[in-house]
Ligand binder design. Sequence first.
Ligand SMILES: Nc1nc2c(c(=O)[nH]1)N[C@H]1C(S)=C(S)[C@@H](COP(=O)(O)O)O[C@H]1N2
Ligand SMILES: [Mo]
Length: 252
Amino acid sequence: MSQISRRKLIAGGIATAAAASGIAVAATLARRHGLIPPDAGGLYGPGETLTYAAQRLLNRQSLAREFSRSEISEKPFANEVATMDAAFQRMKAGNFVDWKMTVDGMAARPTTFSMADIRSFPTTSHITMIACEEGWSYIAEWSGVQLSKILEHVGALPQVRYVVYRSYEPDTWESIDISEALHPQTLICHTMNGADLTVPFGGPLRIRIPRQLGYKNVKYITGLTLTDSLKGFGKGNGGASCEDGYAWYAGI
Ligand SMILES: Nc1nc2c(c(=O)[nH]1)N[C@H]1C(S)=C(S)[C@@H](COP(=O)(O)O)O[C@H]1N2
Ligand SMILES: [Mo]
């Protein structure tokens, strides 16, 4: 093959063929395994399905990289968050003893947990990186209760396919699939680097999903809803970020 035609092929042909066959493969895999992300209907739909289905099949139970204690960032960067209202400030002044997290939806025992309830679960910790899609990242030790333990406690029904989670911050919600929810590193986090999670970092409760980008790691968690479909939530594509054009599946 001449240089020219090879280059032409690389420039035009391979990319197109790879994309096209990738989409075909993705469609087949997605159908077979029920791996179609809720935002697949949009402009970037086939690409989203490819990324999601491929990563799900390859990495189903893979662990996010864990770091050593010496690698913990000295100056973790807290992204700017909205100013919280007076009720939030009052709860903060009272060390968040009045904070509540409700779990409802497809559960045998829907439950409202206090901070004390959350802290009474066995604690799991990991030293992992949190990465924002805008480029920064830091490493911290995160501690809390595995989301799987909460799901077990409330008696999540077998039909549950997604966990929707909400913030105290208005209009801030996201969702993950049951595979991510049951993953051992997915935590409802109340402690960072050995101290109560501070407000800039999402205290008193933050969901920590180290296999997905920063924006899925919502701060100020007030509620979880277990569901078999995301249709009834917002515009039906799985999260506030998706409504702003971000991918629902933010795997890293
Ligand atoms: N409630 C709430 N959670 C949030 C955000 C937010 O603005 N509000 N920002 C998200 C984004 S875009 C990122 S990158 C991470 C940033 O986490 P950090 O402040 O610990 O760096 O938090 C996520 N969780
Ligand atoms: Mo972000």
